[in-house]
Design a protein around this ligand. Structure first.
Ligand code: ADP
Ligand code: MG
Length: 340
C-alpha cells in the first residue's frame, strides 16, 4: 500500500471535550428465543431508541421511553458499521498525536467483547493502511495489554501474574511499572499477541464469563511518528499518542449487592472502578472545571492522560434486547445519557 491516495486522518466532530456516546442493540440470542423472551427495544432512527413495551401510567412517570444519543445501532448493524460511525474518528486521532479511549459498557452478555474486539482489529488495520509507506512520516506501533481485577493490575502479555504497580511520572503522568510493550512487526504479529492476551485472561479462572464479568481489559496502542525530513514548523518532527480499547467489567457489577466474603470484596472493587469511571465521565461531559476524581480507582488513574483535556473519548453502550434484562438495559441507558 503506497502513500498515494491516502487521506489525512479524519478529524473529530464538535469540540475536543465532547464524548461520543452510542448504543448498540444486539439481536436476541438462541437461549433467549428458546425461553420465549422478546425484544422490547427498537431503534427508530440513527439517534433514537424506544422502549416499546406498554408501561403503566406510574411506570411512565419513572422511566423514559425514548433515549437519544450521537448514534444508535440496530440489532442487525455490523461491527464494521459500529466502528465506522461510532469509534473510528476517535480511535484514529491517535495518528495525529491525540490520546483517546474507546469503551464498551454494558451488562454481561450484552456484546461488549464482541464489539470491542472488532473495533480494535479494524483500528489496527486502518492505522496500517494509513501509515504504511507514508511519504512524509515514519510510524511505529506499540502494543500492550492489561487486566484490572480486584483493583489489581496484571500484564496480559506476560506469564508473570505478579500485580503491577502504578507509578506517577511527572512528565508522562501515571505509568504501569514493568508493563510489557511490544513493537508490532506486522498484522500477524498483532494477531499472535491477541491470542497471548486471550490465553492469559483464561488462566486461573474457573469460567471465562465469570472472569470477564468482573475484570476490565485494556488493550493499548501507542503510535510514534517522526518526520522523514524537516517539513516546516507547522508539522511536528515527532509525535507520540496512545489509544486505549477498554472492555469494561459487566455493568451489573456497579449496581448489584453481592453476598459475603470474597465476592463482596470483588464486588466492592469493581464498584469502585466502574463507579469512579462513571463519575469521571459525567464530570468531563459537563465540561466544567473542578475536581475530577481520576485517582480514586486504578482504571481511571491508568486512563487519566487519555481522558479529558485534549483526549478524545467514545463510549459504546451495549444493550441486550430481552425483556428479562430490562432493568439492566435501563441502567445502561442511564449511564449513557449521563455521559453525553
Ligand atoms: P459481553 O462481553 O458483554 O459479556 P459478549 O461480547 O461475550 O458479551 O457477547 C455475548 C454473546 O452474544 C457472544 O456469543 C457474542 O458472540 C454474541 N453477540 C454479542 N453481540 C452480538 C451481535 N451484535 N450480533 C450477534 N451476536 C452477538
Ligand atoms: Mg466480555
Amino acid at each position: 500500500m503506497g502513500a498515494v491516495g491516502v487521506e489525512e486522518p479524519p478529524q473529530g466532530p464538535g469540540g475536543n471535550e465532547k464524548i461520543c456516546v452510542s448504543v448498540r442493540l444486539r439481536p436476541l440470542n438462541e437461549k433467549e428465543k428458546e425461553r420465549h423472551d422478546v425484544s422490547d427495544w427498537e431503534c427508530i432512527n440513527d439517534n433514537t431508541i424506544l422502549y416499546r413495551n406498554n408501561l403503566s401510567v406510574s411506570e411512565r412517570s419513572m422511566y423514559p421511553t425514548s433515549y437519544t444519543f450521537d448514534r444508535v445501532f440496530r440489532f442487525d448493524c455490523s461491527t464494521r458499521q459500529v466502528y465506522e460511525e461510532g469509534a473510528k474518528e476517535v480511535a484514529l486521532s491517535v495518528i495525529s498525536g491525540i490520546n483517546s479511549s474507546i469503551f464498551a459498557y454494558g451488562q454481561t452478555s450484552s456484546g461488549k467483547t464482541y464489539t470491542m474486539s472488532g473495533i480494535t482489529e479494524y483500528t489496527v488495520a486502518d492505522i496500517y493502511n494509513y501509515t504504511n509507506n507514508h511519504k512524509e512520516r515514519e510510524y511505529l506501533m506499540k502494543f500492550s495489554a492489561m487486566e484490572i481485577y480486584n483493583e489489581s493490575v496484571r500484564d496480559l502479555l506476560s506469564t508473570d501474574s505478579t500485580p503491577l504497580r502504578l507509578l506517577d511520572d511527572p512528565e508522562r503522568g501515571t505509568t504501569v511499572e514493568r508493563l510489557t510493550e511490544e513493537t508490532l512487526r506486522d498484522w500477524n504479529h498483532f494477531k499472535e499477541l491477541l491470542s497471548v492476551c486471550e490465553a492469559q485472561r483464561q488462566i486461573g479462572e474457573t469460567s471465562l464469563n465469570e472472569a470477564s464479568s468482573r475484570s476490565h481489559q485494556i488493550l493499548r496502542l501507542t503510535i510514534e511518528s517522526s518526520a522523514r525530513e524537516f517539513l516546516g514548523n507547522d508539522k511536528p518532527s515527532s509525535l507520540t499518542a496512545t489509544v486505549n480499547f477498554v472492555d469494561l467489567a459487566g455493568s451489573e457489577r456497579a449496581s448489584q449487592t453481592l453476598s459475603a466474603g470474597t465476592r463482596l470484596k470483588e464486588g466492592c472493587h469493581i464498584n469502585r472502578s466502574l463507579l469512579t469511571l462513571g463519575t469521571v465521565i459525567r464530570k468531563l461531559s459537563k465540561g466544567r472545571n473542578g475536581h475530577v476524581p481520576y485517582r480514586d480507582s486504578k482504571l481511571t488513574r491508568i486512563l487519566q492522560s487519555s481522558l479529558g483535556g485534549n483526549a478524545r473519548t467514545a463510549i459504546i453502550c451495549t444493550l441486550s434486547p430481552a425483556r428479562s434484562h430490562v432493568e439492566q438495559s435501563r441502567n445502561t441507558l442511564l449511564f449513557a445519557s449521563c455521559a453525553k
